[in-house]
Design a binder for this molecule. Sequence first.
Ligand SMILES: [Zn+2]
Ligand SMILES: [Zn+2]
Length: 366
Amino acid sequence: MKLRIPATIAVFTLMLALAGFMKEQPKGFLKGNLHTHSYWSDGNTYPEEVARWYRDHGYQFLAVTDHNILQEGRKTKVVGKDTVVLKQLVEYRSEFEKQGVFLILNSEEISDASEKKPVHLNGFNLTRLVKPAGGATTGECTEANVKVIRTALENSGTPEWIMVNHPNFVWGLKTEDLARCGARFFEVFNGHPSVRNYGDSAHPSTEVMWDRANKWRIDNGVPLLLGTATDDAHQYDQYAVGKANPGRGWVMVRATELTPVALYQAMYSGDFFSSTGIELNDFTSSRKRLNIMIKEQPGVTYKTEFIGWVQGKDQPEILKTVAGVNASYKRTGKELFLRARITSSKPKANPFAVGDVEMAWTQPVQ
Ligand SMILES: [Zn+2]
Ligand SMILES: [Zn+2]
């Protein structure tokens, strides 16, 4: 059969479009929550209801992170008058996962304690359960758990996908614990109402701990600590301030495809931002300049603060503040690291704390 050239092109274009549609390659940033609980530990709903919530609320990936357990094997839960057998991840994931659309990461919140303080870390993309490692101090315990998670991830393709959780929960971790533990990620924002992200008069905020930990890391030649925002969701029925609800904090990752390895590689390289509501159209970050391009929402104003640690200074500083949707900082070369924090005028719906507005954080660059 002979096709005229325009028809050939039309058919070819259609085939390309169909192939593209079938592959559903993601574009731009992929939205994910890295911290959730279900009936497999102390969450208050079925694991498949957790997956459903995130899939139906515009997320592309979700880490299921129950305490010291993977969603595999036989596990029962008393629900009302019934004892139910919980679905394993392998049993429910195919109902929700779709290539390029939604991905679930088999993960765990390794929940340890030391000095009567909680020491919790997430390991992502695990193939086997990790047992808490213990340790005489919170610092040793954090470091020991990083090591056992690292060992479990050795052949995963995501070898350093380890996050230290909610450092201010029960005032558990010290800045030096974050500095020295070796983990690449920590929660600068966690949506659980008990975690004290903002510190108090006697304790630094997670953001201040972040910058101080990174000063130590620079002085000691250790890769920088990157900051995530997560939900740590436990409650899926009643929605209110004071409940550990989903939808409070997430990461936006510029991965080339929706696979564990691609997500990990983008996150490890710092090509993501953390958000409680603000969206970025783009950001570019180098040793020369940091550019922020905010996706404008009607009636909302924005402030971008460029936060860095200048050589010879003894604390981090807000080096420049810019109003509007485009903000840029040209580096002098004296900044040991630089990052951006964006604050909007829009109140956060069902916030972590009363009075919160939508925010975003980019990652520090040396
Ligand atoms: Zn925890
Ligand atoms: Zn948790």
